[in-house]
Design a protein around this ligand. Structure first.
Ligand code: BLG
Length: 487
């Protein structure tokens, strides 16, 4: 071989080798974030421990953010691993650390400073920042009124940023940032008069109102903002794109609306007076009947807190009440129901609770198989109040309107029509006070959520006792025997 030919052949070999190498390196290119999540089979998510985001109850993990992100993990076909941050700085530090959680689902809103360090998803919930004050104090009405007040907000929060911006205009405004507290603590501090004011998102205020009887909204500070999930700054777009596609999907298919309805749709139903009264009754009345609720719950395989919520709605946990229509007792059984459930004395609270639990199960069983949970639970509650016949009428009205007869969101729009002649004259069972079961279900869901929150294990020992909310009457350290209605 001539030296020229030899050179050519080694050049060809070199080119071939480099080409192969290049192809190889293309094949072993770093996997995307999404691929790594799927490979590991785990989605690691960071959040905050609060009633509006994530908390543990006796049946495990729950909360709006948890429920939403759990569905995302299910869609990806991976397990969900939740981690909680001590405070917002900690949350972003952990999200940014290599090898840490890949997503934050923590009720976060976008801000100028956050934009540079993290990337935000499409929005899923609109909230408005609200100035909170204590009932009995003069109500602040505008930013000037914040001057001279002791204000505390979460360190690193967009609320702190908002106040910083406001301070430029009104230098007399002073505020403290704390990384030792959660939103519930801020509300408690206002409630107890430890601080004058705080700034909190409207959804958290609404959700927590019942625990803090003295907390009041002074005014909205600025416009509504959108909560979004966040991916770390070092990531490619694969996970964020998937998140956005998921959020768009749940927005379109109604899942997001149902979640909002479940967590926030009924938060206003109590009002200030109702909230205060419920807090009092939790402490003064529930302990007398808690054991009966727990025992019946166990027997009937119904979450005892749902039974307790029904009991509160019916009688405010009073054993000897009678309605105008002659319905009686703690669970407000009609004579027919009592007879069918083997209740001989409706005013006996134990009998009433057992009868109510049995009846709830019996009518739930009777519902059409096409009604799935969680709607099935809401339908059963409505039937408890108005009977299955009228409920079926409302389902038919829904169908005639092109709505779903199996979705509570749709059927509850139809129920009030049962009180209007133009509609009830065309139904099988005729007139009914159809508005009543709508309030009935909304209230019970609210009470149920509160009971779930106050009976979660970590609160039972500490916060609840401190805040005089609910001191469990019996040993609650046993494992759960009941089941929550799923969303
Ligand atoms: C319910 C019955 C249903 C019955 C409906 O009435 O009572 N539920 C129970 O007994 C637990 O069985 O359905 S039916 O059998 O298909 O007819 C309809 O009749 C009770 C309701 C009635 C309501 N509270 C439980 O929610 C009540 O007391 N209303 C009167 C209010 S007031 O005093 O007149 O203002």
């Amino acid at each position: 071989m001539s030296s020229k030919n030899a050179f050519r052949s080694s050049l060809a070999k070199w080119l071939l080798a480099t080409g192969l190498l290049l192809m190889l390196s293309a094949c072993v290119e770093k996997p995307s974030t999404l691929e790594r999540v799927k490979e590991a089979g785990v989605l690691r998510v960071i959040t905050r421990n609060s009633p509006a985001t994530y908390f543990q109850d006796r049946n495990g993990e729950t909360g709006f953010e948890y429920e939403l992100v759990k569905r995302f993990a299910d869609d990806l076909g991976v397990k969900l691993q939740i981690e909680t941050a001590d405070n917002l700085d900690d949350l972003f530090t952990k999200l940014h650390a290599p090898g840490g959680p890949v997503l934050a689902a923590a009720g976060l809103v976008q801000s100028d400073s956050r934009k540079t360090e993290a990337r935000f998803s499409h929005p899923y919930l609109d909230v408005t920042p609200q100035i909170i004050y204590r009932n009995g104090q003069p109500r602040p009405a505008r930013p000037e009124d914040l001057i001279g007040k002791h204000i505390m907000v979460l360190k690193g929060s967009t609320h702190a940023e908002q106040l910083a911006a406001l301070k430029v205009q009104y230098p007399g405004i002073n505020y403290e940032e704390s990384d030792q507290v959660e939103v519930v603590d801020l509300l408690r501090m206002v409630d107890e008069g430890q601080i004058d004011l705080t700034l909190v998102d409207s959804n958290e205020v609404a959700m927590n109102q019942v625990y803090f009887a003295n907390v009041r909204v002074a005014f909205d500070l600025g416009d509504a903002q959108s909560q979004r999930w966040v991916v770390g700054p070092g990531q490619d777009n694969s996970l964020l794109n998937e998140v956005n596609a998921f959020l768009d999907k749940v927005d379109k298919n109604g899942t997001l609306q149902r979640l909002k309805d479940r967590y926030y749709g009924h938060v206003d139903v109590l009002g200030y007076v109702g909230a205060t009264t419920f807090a009092e009754h939790l402490q003064q009345r529930l302990p007398k009947y808690e054991k009966f609720f727990r025992d019946s719950g166990k027997d009937q395989q119904v979450d005892w807190r749902l039974l307790a919520a029904i009991g509160y709605q019916e009688s405010m946990w009073q054993a000897e009440v009678t309605s105008k229509t002659g319905v009686r007792g703690l669970m407000m059984l009609t004579q027919n129901t009592a007879q069918a459930m083997g209740v001989s004395d409706r005013l006996n609270p134990k009998q009433s609770i057992i009868g109510g639990a049995k009846y709830f199960n019996a009518i739930k069983e009777q519902l059409d198989d096409s009604i799935l949970e969680p709607d099935r639970t809401w339908f059963a509650l409505a039937a408890y109040n108005i009977g299955t016949g009228h409920l079926d009428d409302a389902r038919k009205l829904a169908q005639n309107e092109g709505l779903s007869p199996n979705k509570w969101l749709d059927v509850k729009k139809m129920l009030p029509r049962l009180a209007q002649k133009q509609w009830y004259s065309k139904t099988r069972y005729g007139y009914a006070r159809g508005g009543e079961p709508v309030h009935f279900v909304a209230n019970i869901r609210r009470y149920y959520d509160i009971l779930t929150w106050v009976t979660q294990p970590q609160l039972e020992g500490s916060q609840a006792v401190e805040s005089n909310l609910h001191v469990p009457a019996i040993d609650t350290s046993q494992p759960p025997a009941d089941q929550s209605p799923p969303l």
